[in-house]
Ligand binder design. Structure first.
Ligand code: PLP
Length: 407
């Protein structure tokens, strides 16, 4: 039986260019079905998914427990708006608060929206407590926080904000992992420092513990809020439920999305009760945020990721994968190092392959393994956290073949 059965024959990857706004450059294959870490395409190819829909499919494709959660909720209630609350949203908020520093949760539909809420909350709190002068947001070079106008302005990749001006003001960018520059820059005018505990899009670069500690101290000294953007690093990706738990530093606000819904769109902003007070009735909102479908699925994701022993397997599998990729990268002269944490890994291209991460990923597609880039110089691996031994072995074999073919 062909796995392409469900795809109308007139739909091919090439039609993208006739039908869609050209802001993406999709690969030449079109997935139609997925199970675990495997996907099948309209033209009958099978690929091992080492990208997880960009760190989203935390439990792989069509995990039976998530299919069940979605199916059960779909027969109960889909959408009610925030004119009322709903049981799945409260249950998910409860689970998130029990598992983290948080005491209050705001739900939305994406990472950018979670960051938008965090940044607006930080601005509003500073304005209410200290006055309008305390509005400066400090962010870092090569960081990524989403694609809304505010989040591309706060993000540290100027190309994403180019030609979209005028941009929101009061934002400063500092070098990442430079504790001294950070301590010198934070002042009484600072309302928030926003940082990724592991820079994801910007090359898979973990933050130094000393840098995060400096951020915490500087925020404390000037009553600024420390925002951790864990949209990519959260929900088990690094081997802990959230990466912040791997250092003594606790943020004031944490944003989460991507892996939270395991493929169903949902985002969240987590904070303390005292800070949450500064988003009172009417100050912020979103129609779909906290909808029962997304919350029911995310609740099941959290239950599974929090099962005893689950997170330890993420660390083990990530370490094994990092070792294998480093070995074949050296052997074929393609990667000079592998960095990251848990199952968020970056193969750093060797000098001969600088700037050509995209070509390496394309060679992987040909060999039947689906990896991602993180900038021009890094091949990113963010496979399903439930990747099994066969999927890992077969994906790595295919990657090895792809890298060998590049020599
Ligand atoms: C992907 C990402 C975002 C944006 O999330 P969207 O759901 O695409 O809006 C924000 N921050 C980080 C760290 C991300 O990796």
């Amino acid at each position: 039986m062909s796995h392409a059965d469900s795809a109308p024959s007139s739909i091919t990857a090439a039609r993208y260019h006739d039908l869609m706004v050209p802001n993406y450059a999709p690969a030449d294959f079109v997935p139609v079905r997925g199970r675990g870490a495997r996907v099948w395409t309209t033209d009958g190819r099978e690929l091992i998914d080492f990208g997880g829909g960009i760190a989203v499919n935390s439990l792989g494709h069509c995990h039976p427990a998530l299919v069940e959660a979605l199916h059960e909720q779909a027969q109960q209630l889909w959408h009610v708006s925030n004119v009322v609350t709903n049981v799945p949203a409260l249950a998910l908020a409860d689970a998130l608060c029990q598992a983290t520093f948080a005491e209050r949760v705001f739900f939305c539909n994406s990472g950018a929206e979670a960051n938008e809420a965090a940044l607006k909350l930080a601005r509003r709190r500073a304005a209410m407590v200290h006055g309008a002068d305390k509005h400066e947001i400090i962010s870092f070079s090569d960081s990524f926080h989403g694609r809304t106008l505010f989040t591309v302005s706060v993000g540290g990749q100027p190309k994403y904000a180019e030609h979209f001006g005028p941009l929101p003001g009061g934002i400063r960018h500092l070098p990442y992992n430079d504790a001294a520059a950070l301590e010198a820059a934070v002042s009484d005018r600072t309302c928030a420092v926003i940082v990724e505990p592991i820079r994801g899009e910007g090359g898979v670069v973990p933050a130094d513990p000393a840098f995060l500690a400096a951020a915490r101290r500087a925020c404390e000294a000037h009553d600024a809020l420390l925002i951790f953007d864990e949209v990519q690093s959260g929900v088990g990706r690094t081997g802990s439920l959230y990466a912040y738990t791997q250092s003594p530093v606790v943020p004031d606000i944490l944003t989460t999305a991507k892996g939270l819904g395991g493929g169903f769109p949902i985002g969240g902003m987590l904070t303390t009760a005292a800070i949450a007070e500064h988003l009172p009735v009417g100050s912020h909102g979103t129609t779909f945020g906290g909808n029962p479908l997304g919350c029911a699925v995310a609740r099941r994701v959290l239950d599974i990721v929090n099962e005893p022993g689950f997170l330890a397997t993420v660390g083990e599998k990530g370490a094994a994968m990092a070792q294998a990729v480093a070995r074949m990268g050296r052997q074929h002269g393609v990667f000079e190092a592998v960095r990251g944490q848990g199952m968020l890994l970056g193969g750093v291209t060797a000098p001969a392959w600088r700037g050509r991460a995209r070509d390496i990923v394309a060679a992987g597609h040909e060999a039947g393994v689906w990896c991602l880039v993180a900038g021009g110089d890094v091949v990113r691996f963010a496979p399903p956290l439930v990747l099994d031994d066969d999927e890992m072995r077969e994906g790595l074999e295919r990657l090895d073949r792809a890298l060998a073919g590049l020599r």
